[in-house]
Design a protein around this ligand. Structure first.
Ligand SMILES: [Fe+2]
Length: 199
């Protein structure tokens, strides 16, 4: 896995060379989602309980570019999460973290969207949206019950295909990404927004 040179339509998406394929933003929303605000850029922390491979330390990622974070698409996605999850948990204010993930496969190795395997994100709800994929096979998402038995499989194939996940009730994982045409790079860009209860 390493950085490619172009991805039409997602020119501001991170390349691995610049940001290890990932950008991060922290936001918050009041109860009802009416007051959505961007918080100061800060490290991402995931406990070992939820991520035994990469958890337990604060990780620093590059921030979102302002044009993306404040753009209409991102604003709409954030609001969609506040709306849907706010109906499921109407008394909750939200700690929100947004992640841009890029996977690029250029060699024999496949790209692992979730190297930690079947996992939970350690939040309350998760919105996962495909931004784009090209020359990519695989990347199939599976949702598991709390005994890690698979209950649903699907592949996000079109831009803005969405999965809304109750992270307290299910685990999830994504299969490796491989190249359809082995002479070209495969790419898969995903936006993940997590919503956690905020006191
Ligand atoms: Fe996840």
């Amino acid at each position: 896995m390493r950085a490619g040179t172009e991805c039409p339509g997602t020119a501001t998406w991170p390349t691995e060379a610049a940001t290890a394929g990932r950008r991060h933003a922290t936001l918050s929303a009041s109860r009802g989602g009416t007051d959505l605000r961007v918080e100061a850029h800060q490290p991402h922390y995931q406990g070992l309980d939820y991520n035994s491979l990469n958890g337990g330390v604060a990780r620093h990622y590059a921030p979102f570019e302002d044009a993306v974070l404040h753009g209409e698409t991102m604003s709409s996605m954030l609001a969609l999460g506040c709306d849907v999850f706010g109906r499921l948990a109407p008394y909750s204010a939200w700690h929100i973290e947004a992640h841009q993930f890029r996977i690029e496969v250029t060699g024999e190795e496949s790209g692992l969207p979730t190297p930690e395997g079947v996992h939970r994100d350690g939040v309350t709800f998760v919105l996962m949206a495909l931004v784009g994929r090209s020359n990519a096979s695989g990347g199939e998402s599976t949702v598991y019950d709390l005994d890690k038995r698979p209950v649903e499989k699907f592949t996000l194939t079109e831009p803005l295909d969405l999965a809304l996940v109750n992270d307290e009730r299910v685990f999830h994982g994504v299969s490796p990404v491989e190249r359809l045409d082995p002479s070209r790079t495969a790419e898969r860009d995903v936006l993940v927004i997590t919503y956690g209860h905020r006191p």
